[in-house]
Write a protein that binds this ligand. Structure first.
Ligand code: MN
Length: 132
């Protein structure tokens, strides 16, 4: 079973994502801020991380940068999720190492398709930027 860590401070968005992923057969880990999510990522090494960009404390871009600096977590694909696309241009989001961006509110099929595609690519062993 694949494990996905959701780092999201909005309880409604967190529940929705966790429910969708759980029903799709993924194991779900949850954190409501980066300060809790980063240590959890290091401890559990999830197969994928959904990272809200607007978080209290450390924001999602900075948190992704931290994950990509750490050899233990560098290889975990991070999908940025945001309700405010114009606030962070997509180029900026991808530049910190996010593999994809998903806009909220979620369109369920697109949401699950993007996640499934990233996990399949990772299984195929050609994830860009993965350390050995
Ligand atoms: Mn948020």
């Amino acid at each position: 079973m694949k494990t996905i860590l959701i780092i999201e401070d909005n309880p409604k968005h967190l529940r929705l994502a966790a429910t969708l992923l759980g029903k799709s057969g993924y194991a779900v880990l949850e954190a409501t801020d980066a300060e809790a999510g980063l240590p959890l990522a290091r401890l559990r090494i999830p197969d994928l991380i959904l990272m809200d960009l607007q978080l209290p404390g450390m924001d999602g871009l900075k948190a992704t940068g931290r994950l990509k600096e750490d050899p233990a977590t560098r290889g975990i694909p991070v999908i940025a999720v945001t309700s405010y696309m114009p606030e962070h241009p997509q180029t900026e989001i991808l530049a910190v190492g996010c593999a994809a961006v998903i806009a909220k509110p979620y369109h369920y099929k697109e949401f699950l398709d993007i996640i499934g595609a990233l996990l399949a690519r990772r299984d195929a062993g050609n994830q860009p930027g993965e350390s050995t």
